[in-house]
Design a protein around this ligand. Structure first.
Ligand SMILES: C[S@@+](CC[C@H](N)C(=O)[O-])C[C@H]1O[C@@H](n2cnc3c(N)ncnc32)[C@H](O)[C@@H]1O
Length: 186
């Protein structure tokens, strides 16, 4: 796993704090907790929401099988070039909002996805957009699929509970700031 601290990544996140909601990339420990529920052997399509400078993206690519596809949704154009530079034939980088999952899956001819991993700063996104994103996540996950999201507060826990079969909660101190991790099962 490559979750090394890079000063340039932090500077880019700080520059776009209003949409990134953080000043430093996720730690190795947070990424490990976030990705733990994924069975990488059986997954054929994974979506990542809010990849930013790509620390979670690289960890997913390192673990996923040669036949699996990873589709990343990122609104910040400055990060797109950095993500595309990862040059992995299994990776599709889309400069679009996380609420447009269905449109992109239709373009790629994909029916549904195994898992959705999200670093979206839900607390900074407008309520209606969060609702649209969560509905888009739920409706495009396969039965039994996981939605994995970290957050620095429990702000969205109540919103996630009624739309998934189960929501498990984990926590790691080993991140700046410490973070909650939701594992939502469809
Ligand atoms: C906290 S940063 C995450 C960076 C990296 N994944 C990590 O864990 O360190 C959140 C990212 O979400 C992106 N973002 C914010 N709103 C979004 C949206 N509606 N759709 C897609 N990406 C979004 C931001 O541009 C930013 O890159």
């Amino acid at each position: 796993m490559n979750a090394k601290f890079k000063l340039s990544d932090s500077l880019n996140l700080i520059k776009s704090f209003k949409t990134s909601g953080t000043i430093t990339p996720s730690s190795k420990s947070l990424i490990k907790t976030l990705l733990a529920p994924i069975d990488f052997k059986s997954a054929s399509c994974i979506i990542e929401l809010g990849p930013g400078t790509g620390c979670v993206t690289r960890s997913i690519l390192e673990r996923m099988s040669p036949d699996c596809v990873l589709i990343c949704f990122e609104v910040n154009g400055d990060f797109i070039e950095q993500l595309t530079a990862l040059q992995d034939s299994r990776l599709r980088v889309v400069n679009a909002c996380a609420s447009s999952i269905r449109t992109i899956l239709d373009e790629l001819g994909i029916e549904d996805v195994d898992h959705i991993v999200s670093s979206l700063p839900l607390a900074l996104i407008e309520d209606q957009v969060v609702k649209n994103i969560l509905e888009s996540v739920r409706s495009n996950l396969c039965e039994g699929g996981r939605f994995l999201q970290y957050q620095y507060s429990l702000n969205n826990y109540a919103e996630l509970k009624p739309i998934f079969k189960a929501v498990k909660l984990d926590f790691t101190f080993r991140n700046m700031p410490p973070a909650f991790v939701y594992e939502c099962i469809k």
